[in-house]
Design a protein around this ligand. Structure first.
Ligand code: TRP
Length: 332
């Protein structure tokens, strides 16, 4: 199934590991929604990656559906190819083959593995170690041109290119080489409690005031902004400190205003004015998303049918690549 045949294939992988926040929305999702017709997109909910660290089964099931619904509610069109990774067995099958050609040393160098395994290295799963091979399989199965990722995932895309090149060199042209599409246009939203740190799901787990979640009700949004860190100045001044700049950045991106207009609007205003303006803007943007989200979640069976249907339509594409690789290495 191709949503925009003839356009460059873009493969996006998103982990169903809990609520999406404003940083995800303004930094990534909103851009995908805006650019969705420029590419032949595949959106993959990577549940097999999520189980590389312990998950509660019921929560994983819920997060998978919730993520799909949030994407659709945010404006990803129904016709786009969105599916669940574990619904297409070619992903782990290709990952296994790749693992047999990836030197351990390459995986040992991955900074994400070092960070995620930390001091628990001996106890962390073999799946966490092999994670980049599965990610490479995701990308390579669909002859992907571009992979939109954050800076933190660049090393994984490089490994994907390295393994693809290694196999191509040894067995002839099997894989298309992908390129990272590092999002420069997207806003970089920082934590409300600590504007030195990028808004993140894991930090939000420790501090409720760290992030605004897309499904937060209006009163929670207001409360979180009311408590957001600013500085000791009595009013907005430029250049502003990190906390105030973050609030202005959220306001600017969500309202699509230009910096000079925003500066003019808030210069000399007390922080309470900025905080209520940014709360209003965020609530205005989230309300229709939350409304659509509720409508979609009212029929989970239909949502699951859509995801399964897309997986069924993508399976022949994935299988074609898998069979090409199997043949190249002598498995068929
Ligand atoms: N590793 C990615 C992340 O944590 C998720 C991911 C899995 C992915 N497979 C992918 C991203 C394929 C892009 C393409 O963000």
């Amino acid at each position: 199934m191709q949503s925009n045949p003839g356009k460059p294939r873009v493969f996006s992988g998103i982990q169903p590991s809990g609520g999406l926040h404003l940083g995800n929305y303004l930094g990534a999702i909103r851009n995908w929604v805006r650019d969705q017709d420029k590419y032949d997109n595949i959106f993959c909910i990577v549940d097999l990656h999520t189980i590389t660290v312990p998950q509660d089964p019921a929560a994983l099931r819920e997060n998978t559906l919730s993520l799909a619904a949030i994407y659709l509610a945010s404006g990803i069109k129904k016709e786009q190819a969105m599916f669940v990774q574990s619904h297409i067995p070619a992903h782990p099958e290709l990952a296994w083959i790749l693992e047999c050609f990836i030197p351990m040393g390459w995986l040992e160098r991955m900074t994400q593995f070092k960070e995620k395994s930390g001091r628990e290295r001996e106890r962390s799963s073999a799946g966490l170690f092999a994670y980049p091979a599965l990610m490479a399989a995701d990308i390579l199965l669909y002859d992907t041109r571009y992979v939109p990722v954050g800076e933190d995932q660049r090393q994984h895309i490089e490994l994907t290119r390295d393994i693809a090149q290694r196999i191509n060199q040894r067995f002839g042209d099997v894989f298309t080489l992908p390129e990272p599409m590092i999002q420069a246009a997207g806003a970089r939203i920082m934590g409300l409690d600590d504007p030195e740190k990028k808004m993140s799901k894991s930090l939000a787990g420790d501090t409720p005031g760290h992030a605004i979640f897309l499904l937060d009700p209006p009163d929670v949004v207001r409360k979180k902004f009311a408590r957001a860190q600013t500085d000791a100045e009595p009013a907005v001044r430029f250049p502003a400190g990190a906390g105030v700049r973050n609030l202005l950045e959220i306001y600017r991106t969500i309202t699509d205003k230009a910096w000079p207009a925003v500066e003019q609007e808030f210069t000399g205003k007390p922080y309470s004015v900025l905080k209520s303006a940014v709360s209003d803007a965020v609530i205005e943007a989230l309300t229709p998303i939350q409304q659509r989200y509720r409508e979609i979640r009212a029929d989970d069976a239909a949502l699951m049918r859509q995801l399964r249907g897309t997986a069924d339509r993508l399976t022949p594409i994935a299988d074609t690549t898998l069979q090409r690789v199997q043949h190249a290495v002598g498995l068929r």
